[in-house]
Design a protein around this ligand. Structure first.
Ligand SMILES: N[C@@H](CCC(=O)N[C@@H](CS)C(=O)NCC(=O)O)C(=O)O
Length: 308
């Protein structure tokens, strides 16, 4: 199998979720560092315009969004499982909470608390991604106590879950719900000055946080972006042609489709030729001079597909 390559940058919290996923599965992988804001000229040939981090590459198959990446890791490397004790299915719902409501609150708090110190271009970019077109992080300063109250109650749920004597969310071994919640604790502790004090009220969460940190990231090796592009060009994607006959959108193999995040973050649409679609994943083929033909995968949940 081709190497696992993660296109990301060290401070990215969503990428930390995937790095811990590599740790749970004890994988060898390569890290390509991408810029924190566009332009990302050495990433775009691989993603046809998708600009967020992380993106995983295996040969000429490209996986966008942490949800899609973790699913592919579970598929390719079933053991150690992300679902110890047989918790498949519903555990994915945790991502809708953590990557939606809870992520949004934590981003607002972390960025809102340092709004005046953020580099202008970074603040503008992230405000558009996470707050929408009409509001900036410095407008959140009066809202910080409210945000803390919301996060406090929800981190309390995590703490309660861990107060039951389990080492991890599902029992003795770490799994998907652990990495999906841990990255937000990692982000809040590392990037909000009030984080370490705030977290002291959750002793079981803090003990678990240390266990999660101890898992590590698997075996990481740096790679240059140019090398990743060469690997994609030399490889052939391995995604079969398949579309679920009951697809609610009536998708057809070979149709031209566009995919974008189903929220107003100003993300560009990604366009290509449909190769694969089932309930949870959609994949398109895309061709350009730098990498030849590649297959780009997205989750269905949280993404909107348009045809024609
Ligand atoms: N739903 C996406 C969200 C990814 C996301 O928003 N990542 C942040 C970094 S933590 C990002 O891409 N920020 C903008 C950028 O890096 O250009 C996922 O789960 O991967």
């Amino acid at each position: 199998m081709d190497k696992i390559i993660l296109h990301a940058y060290p401070p990215s919290p969503v990428s930390e979720k995937v790095r811990v996923g590599f740790g749970i599965k004890q994988l060898d992988w390569h890290a390509v560092t991408v810029p924190r804001i566009p332009p990302k000229p050495l990433l775009m040939p691989l993603t046809a315009g998708y600009r967020r981090a992380p993106v995983m590459q295996i040969g000429a198959d490209i996986y966008c969004d942490s949800q899609c990446i973790l699913r592919e890791l579970q598929h390719r490397f079933p053991e150690p499982t992300f679902f110890p004790g047989g918790a498949d299915g519903m555990a994915w719902g945790i991502s809708r909470w953590c990557d939606g409501e809870l992520f949004n609150l934590v981003v607002r708090l972390v960025m809102g608390a340092i709004a005046n110190d953020l580099p202008e271009d970074f603040a503008k970019d992230r405000a558009r991604l996470y707050l929408g077109p009409d509001i900036t992080f410095d407008q959140l300063s009066d809202d910080l106590p409210h945000l803390i109250s919301q996060i406090r109650a929800q981190f309390g749920w995590i703490d309660q879950r861990l107060a039951t004597g389990r080492a991890f969310m599902l029992g003795d071994n770490p799994g998907l719900p652990d990495t999906m919640t841990y990255y937000l604790v990692w982000f809040l502790r590392g990037r909000w000055a009030g984080g370490p004090d705030f977290l002291k009220q959750f002793p079981d969460l803090e003990a678990w946080e240390q266990r999660m940190k101890d898992i590590g990231h698997g075996n990481e090796t740096e790679m240059q972006a140019e090398q990743a592009l060469e690997i994609a060009k030399a490889a052939t994607h391995t995604t079969p042609q398949h579309v679920d006959p009951d697809d609610p959108l009536g998708l057809k193999i070979g149709a031209k489709i566009s995919i974008t995040q189903d929220l107003d973050g100003g993300d560009p649409q990604v366009t290509g030729i449909l190769q694969f679609a089932d309930r949870e994943t959609v994949a398109i083929c895309h061709e350009n001079d730098q990498v030849g033909t590649i297959c780009i995968h997205f989750p269905r949940v949280g993404y909107r597909i348009s045809t024609g």
